[in-house]
Each structure stands twice: as structure tokens, then as C-alpha cells.
Design a protein. Structure first.
Length: 100
């Protein structure tokens, strides 16, 4: 029995050392886990921000497309009116020339 007690006493420093290593590893793991959680939340925040910017870009793109489309329609309409005025004035000139 005394021999077993001596063996246990001799092993106790080794057990204490291993216990300390395990505690240090746990603390280190917890620290890494906390940092990982911070990075994941940051990634989530950035994805949300990027989504908002993407939506804003899409809105602006649609608005610009509509604006450009309306400008094209206005330009075509202006050309049609201009051509109508030109053709009606040349028709008037033709009619005046025929009367003479």
C-alpha cells in the first residue's frame, strides 16, 4: 500500500502538468472560437451591406435604363416631328410651284 501511495505521489506532478496543459488548450480553443464567431458576424454584416449596395445599384440601373429609354423615345419623336415639318414645308413649296 505504501508503495502504491509513493507511485501516486510520483505521478501527481505529471497529472498536474497534464491537467494544466488541458486547461491551457481549452482556454486557447475558447479564444479561437470567440475570434471565429467575431469573423462570422463580420462576414454576415458585410454580406448584408453588399446586398444593400447591390439593391441600390440595381435600382439606379433600372432608373438609368428608363431615363435612357425615355430620352431615346423623345429623340425619335423629335426627329419624326422635324421630318413631318420638313415634308409638309416641301409639300407646300410643291403646291405653290404648281399654282404658278
Amino acid at each position: 500500500l505504501e508503495e502504491h501511495l509513493r507511485d501516486l505521489q510520483n505521478l501527481q506532478p505529471l497529472v498536474d502538468m497534464k491537467r494544466a496543459e488541458v486547461q491551457a488548450a481549452r482556454a486557447h480553443s475558447l479564444d479561437i472560437w470567440k475570434k471565429l464567431q467575431e469573423k462570422l458576424w463580420e462576414a454576415h454584416r458585410l454580406r448584408t451591406e453588399i446586398g444593400a449596395w447591390r439593391d441600390k445599384y440595381d435600382e439606379l440601373s433600372v432608373a438609368m435604363s428608363r431615363r435612357n429609354s425615355n430620352a431615346s423615345v423623345d429623340a425619335v419623336g423629335a426627329m419624326d416631328v422635324s421630318q413631318a415639318n420638313t415634308s409638309s414645308s416641301s409639300s407646300k413649296d410643291d403646291a405653290i410651284a404648281k399654282r404658278r
